[in-house]
Design a protein around this ligand. Structure first.
Ligand SMILES: NC(=O)c1ccc[n+]([C@@H]2O[C@H](COP(=O)([O-])OP(=O)(O)OC[C@H]3O[C@@H](n4cnc5c(N)ncnc54)[C@H](O)[C@@H]3O)[C@@H](O)[C@H]2O)c1
Length: 251
């Protein structure tokens, strides 16, 4: 355990699995108090039990990021328990591979609701608490799909592009309060979310062949970037886009 986040309190959404789980573990190792927030409470609780073995300052809360009331409750509980909040990682997200003509309106809306509305609601309700602390770092999980187009899910791309530009508005509106807001743009990362895309060696090789660094990213690759943006090491960085994609979008 080191102390890059010592004394800070972080709320991480989508913390039960994949990138959110890896980020939560890394934050806990860096001395942070953490709130693991996920729709899937049982898995969040399980991870919290594991983390508590080396960092007791960990709680799990049930949160559906699409519910404004849920956000208000979770932020209030977090602040009551840890006496404030310094970091929010808006990481929860869903993905679909459907082409535009195959996508029903309600499916499009659901992706926007979780990915984009969820990020908006979290940002809206955490700002007053960060203002009280006199500092804050909000990290919004976008994607390379929010920077460049692809043959795949237009709904997902639209939600992630929305997160990218929303991040800049939030950064500009709250810079004077020492609240920083940045977006992270991973390329393909080996988690449940893209397990279908990586289901056969031939599919995996096809994806890898397009990546200049010739490998699929890991959860830790992304968590290390999020850690940097959460810590005071990035104190002059706001409104920026951290791309973690093995060079994919440089082509
Ligand atoms: N895996 C990738 O290749 C990749 C690439 C770029 C960006 N991302 C983004 O990274 C983030 C994490 O993705 P992952 O790969 O770890 O996915 P994952 O499916 O492994 O984990 C997503 C987590 O979000 C939670 N979640 C889903 N809907 C929720 C809701 N309404 N409220 C609260 N929690 C909810 C799930 O329970 C799960 O724990 C997402 O925003 C995703 O879009 C992933």
């Amino acid at each position: 355990m080191t102390d890059r986040l010592k004394g800070k309190v972080a709320l991480i959404t989508g913390a039960s699995n994949g990138i959110g789980a890896g980020t939560s573990e890394l934050f806990a190792k860096e001395g942070c108090s953490i709130i693991l927030a996920d729709k899937n409470f049982d898995e969040a609780k399980h991870l919290c039990n594991e983390i508590s073995k080396f960092n007791p300052n960990c709680i799990a809360l049930k949160l559906d990021v699409t519910s404004e009331n849920n956000w208000i409750e979770v932020i209030q509980k977090s602040v009551n328990i840890f006496s404030g909040l310094n970091i929010l990682v808006n990481n929860a997200g869903i993905y679909s591979r459907k082409l535009i003509e195959q996508t029903e309106l309600n499916e499009f809306e659901e992706i926007i609701k979780v990915n984009l509305n969820g990020t908006f609601l979290g940002t809206k309700h955490v700002i007053p608490e960060m203002r009280k602390m006199g500092n804050g770092s909000i990290i919004n999980m976008s994607s390379t799909a929010g920077i460049v187009g692809n043959i795949g899910s237009g709904a997902y791309g639209a939600s992630k592009g929305g997160i990218k530009i929303f991040t800049k508005y939030a950064a500009l509106q709250h810079a004077h309060e020492n609240i920083r807001v940045n977006s992270v743009h991973p390329g393909p990362i080996n988690t449940e979310m893209i397990s279908e895309n990586l289901s056969t060696p031939s599919n995996t090789n096809k994806i890898m062949s397009k990546i200049p660094l010739k490998r699929i990213g890991t959860v830790n690759d992304v968590a290390m970037g999020v850690l940097f943006l959460a810590s005071d090491e990035s104190s002059y960085i706001t409104g920026s886009e951290l791309v973690i994609d093995g060079g994919l979008t440089s082509i």
